[in-house]
Design a protein around this ligand. Structure first.
Ligand SMILES: [Zn+2]
Length: 247
């Protein structure tokens, strides 16, 4: 569940110990400290410390804050309930943020499946690929340095894509393609009937979007496009994602 957000504004001494004491007090009172900002006027005679936290504000918080050495005044304590009602009703809705939050746990795959199950089959390829690209974009933030030194697609697959996909896949890389020896992103069809009906929803749209989203954050690689040249869902023995330079 989302906790209320709390903003605490204090007038303080420019003494660095004040922040430590204040954060310790917040933690003791059950609040979860998030960040702070200290703004001073030119001669440092006035210093305003703003702290952001989440949780329930206890009635004693103000009196406790004022006892901290170096705290002159409690200017205000604001508490607000998280505004987005969707987040409250569905703390784990299949959003890009939630999927990245649960990345490398089975929950991320469940959320992806939940997202895809809400799509009509006609829109699935486009929307799932786009969704994957957004996930890839967010994941790429961890690999910014390494992405900006890549000049070969194979190396980028090895050094960025494989680590980012982590335990969701087992892979081999050759000739600008990712061979998925095992992949949590796809289910092998069960029985002939499923094969005949086609399993469009289980094709590797999201994972191919993720690879695209990751690699296209690199300024040193050409713009790329991922082609699903083989897929378990189509009856192939493994999924193969072929990375092509975009035309
Ligand atoms: Zn596949």
């Amino acid at each position: 569940m989302n906790k209320p957000k709390v903003a605490i504004t204090l007038s303080v001494d420019a003494n660095p110990g004040v922040l430590g004491h204040t954060v310790a007090l917040l933690l003791e009172s059950g609040l979860k400290y998030q960040k702070h900002r200290l703004v001073s006027n030119a001669d440092q005679s006035e210093n305003i410390l703003t702290l952001e936290a989440t949780g329930e504000v206890s009635p004693e918080l103000q009196t406790h804050l004022i006892t901290i050495p170096g705290v002159h005044a409690v200017v205000k304590i604001e508490s607000s309930v998280v505004k987005n009602p969707e987040n409250i009703l569905q703390p784990e809705s299949p959003s890009v943020d939630n999927i990245v939050k649960f990345w490398q746990t089975p929950r991320a795959i469940e959320l992806i499946q939940q997202f895809e199950s809400g799509l009509k089959s006609k829109e699935r390829e486009q929307k799932s690929t786009q969704f994957g690209e957004q996930i890839g974009c967010l994941l790429s933030e961890e690999y910014t340095d390494i992405l900006f030194t890549q000049t070969s697609i194979d190396d980028a697959l090895r050094q960025v894509v494989v680590p980012a996909l982590g335990n969701f896949v087992e892979t081999e890389i050759k000739n600008n393609a990712l061979y998925l020896i095992r992949s949590d992103f796809v289910n092998a069809p069960r029985g002939k009937l499923k094969l005949l009906l086609g399993l469009d929803q289980e094709r590797c749209y999201v994972i191919s979007g993720i690879v695209q989203g990751l690699l296209n954050q690199s300024a040193t690689l050409p713009k790329i496009c991922v082609r699903r040249s083989k897929c378990v869902a189509a009856g192939d023995s493994m999924c193969v994602l072929q990375v092509d330079v975009a035309k």
